[in-house]
Ligand binder design. Structure first.
Ligand code: FAD
Ligand code: EGU
Length: 468
């Protein structure tokens, strides 16, 4: 291995959120980094409409950003805090449900801005080189080699081979690096598409330039088999994401059907989006699919690893995809320190340690998707939510609801599930105990007051006799 004084060369595939952050981490360690991104540079591109326009960021992502010194600039100065959910009913009623204590909040951050700041921060290091319009098309990961296709301005393509000590695959849910990993023996892989797709719409600012809805909330319109969610943007607009089965998207094939649908299910949103804008945005875009991907292991020998969505794409119903991806970077950085840049050990431990957690959050997100569809309005589900909040308020360090441990703690995702299972057990046992105690109590009272009960009973029978 060509290591001089512990310094290695790293090839990063993918300049999205996780790839760009990972470049910052490796640059900070003093390694030589080359990053290859398929798209053009979003900082100079004229028009770039990516996936979701803004994202909910919580403590896991923030902790990772803090290590590379970007937490303040990106989150506390740019992000818009969301302290509660605002639930919109069909009849126009709104109800706020706080996330936790007054300090606990999540932040809405613009994806493009986040990506730009991360790329610029990475590029500030003299040991980082960014290559845009460079597409990874193959390679031999066990040798640290990748083949890159360069699309130059005339549109002609050229291939070259890039070799490094370590290849990081941060190329998203449809990862090309993962495609190479699939050739490894004993590599496990599964992917699931859900029947829902998503489409992004927009609520523009008011004429006065202000937010059209209360800012500092994550707005939700739950409607059983479909839902809408809105996050605030820096320019006082809202990005609204509509989640719905593809079949249903297809059935809304005329402006009238679309407006009827919205007036029926989201009446309060129609004037906010505006009828013309709604029709225009809806028919100009098409719904995007949502995929969940699990695989194992994440590495090849001592020369390649996948992180972020490439390793664990999930459905967005926990708002944790990017948080988990940033946490990957953070954990890998700690492992490099722990193993003194020994790649073999760091890669092995990363796969072993991270896989159960990545699969846990994929499962939680998928479970939430099912819950959102089927349970939101179920009384026992709401009761449990209320109980969890109350118990957490009573014993903040003892009873931590599932979403709190996921969103506001650094607890391993797999432990968040274990914690929940423990709580379920305690609750079920207390229920049994409570019903048993109630029956026992009633019997005891009845036994103690036999005579009185008997007296009342006989006098009732006597008085009843008068009427015959
Ligand atoms: P990506 O962002 O997909 O980046 C991959 C990059 O690799 C891209 O730039 C791509 O061009 C490049 N690339 C791909 N193939 C190649 C190749 N062969 N060669 C070179 N480059 C390549 N997460 C949250 O934490 N909070 C949220 O609120 C949230 N909301 C979401 C809402 C929706 C609708 C969706 C779909 C996702 C949401 N997520 C959220 C998840 C989040 O978007 C992802 O987890 C995150 O973008 C993953 O980052 P990444 O860098 O791994 O992948
Ligand atoms: C989906 C799409 C509310 C952004 C899950 C909550 C999401 C986000 C929730 C999207 C929901 C759902 C949680 C956060 C967050 C909630 C969470 C989901 C951000 C259980 C841009 N989810 N999301 N849960 O609690 O923990 O508010 O596209 F509607 S943030 Cl589906 Cl905390």
């Amino acid at each position: 291995m060509e290591q001089d004084g512990g310094k290695i060369t790293v090839t990063i595939v993918g300049g999205g959120l996780v790839g760009a952050l990972s470049a910052c981490f490796f640059a900070k360690r003093g390694h030589k980094v080359r990053l290859y991104e398929y798209r053009e540079d979003i900082r100079t591109a004229e028009y770039a409409r990516g996936r979701s326009i803004n994202l909910a960021m919580s403590v896991r992502a923030r902790a990772a950003l803090a290590v590379v010194g970007l937490e303040g600039a990106l989150v506390r100065e740019h992000g818009i805090p969301m302290r509660a959910r605002m639930i919109h009913s069909r009849n126009g009623e709104r109800r706020a449900i706080p996330y936790g204590t007054s300090e606990q909040c999540i932040y809405s951050v613009g994806r493009k801005y986040l990506n730009e700041v991360l790329l610029t921060a990475a590029e500030k290091n003299p040991n980082v080189e960014l290559y845009f319009q460079h597409k990874m098309v193959g390679g031999d990961l066990s040798k640290g080699e990748i083949n890159v296709e360069v699309i130059n301005s005339e549109g002609s393509k050229k291939q070259m081979m890039v070799k490094a000590d370590l290849v990081i695959g941060a190329d998203g849910a449809f990862s090309s690096v993962r495609k190479q990993l699939m050739k490894q023996p004993l590599f496990n892989y599964s992917q699931t598409y859900i029947e829902h797709g998503y489409m992004e719409l927009c609520i523009p600012p008011k004429k006065s330039g202000d937010f059209a809805m209360e800012a500092n909330y994550l707005h939700i319109w739950p409607r059983g088999n479909f839902m809408m969610i809105a996050l605030p943007n820096q320019d006082c607009s809202w990005t609204v994401t509509l989640f719905m089965p593809f079949e249903q998207f297809k059935s809304l094939d005329t402006p009238q059907k679309l407006l009827d649908f919205f007036n029926h299910f989201y009446p309060d949103a129609v004037p906010l989006i505006g009828e013309d804008r709604l029709v225009k945005d809806f028919f100009e875009s098409k719904p995007s699919p949502l995929v969940s991907v699990k695989c194992k292991p994440y590495h090849v020998g001592s020369s390649a690893i996948i992180i972020g969505d490439a390793a664990h794409a999930m459905v967005p119903f926990y708002g944790q995809g990017m948080n988990a991806g940033f946490e990957d970077c953070h954990i890998f950085d700690n492992l490099m320190t722990k193993h003194k840049n020994n790649l073999k050990k760091a890669l092995e431990e990363f796969s072993d340690y991270r896989n159960p957690d990545a699969e846990a959050i994929c499962n939680l997100a998928m479970y939430n998707y099912i819950e959102m569809r089927d349970l939101v309005n179920h009384p026992s589900f709401l009761l449990r939510k209320k109980f969890d909040m109350f118990a957490h308020w009573l014993m903040p360090n003892f009873w931590i609801p599932l979403y709190s441990s996921v969103t506001f703690s650094h607890m391993r995702y797999s432990l968040c599930i274990k914690n929940r299972e423990w709580q379920d057990k305690v609750l079920h046992r207390s229920m049994y105990f409570l019903s048993f105690a109630t029956i026992l109590g009633i019997s005891a009272v009845a036994y103690k007051c036999q005579d009185t009960i008997l007296n009342i009973y006989t006098s009732m029978i006597r008085s009843a006799h008068q009427y015959f």
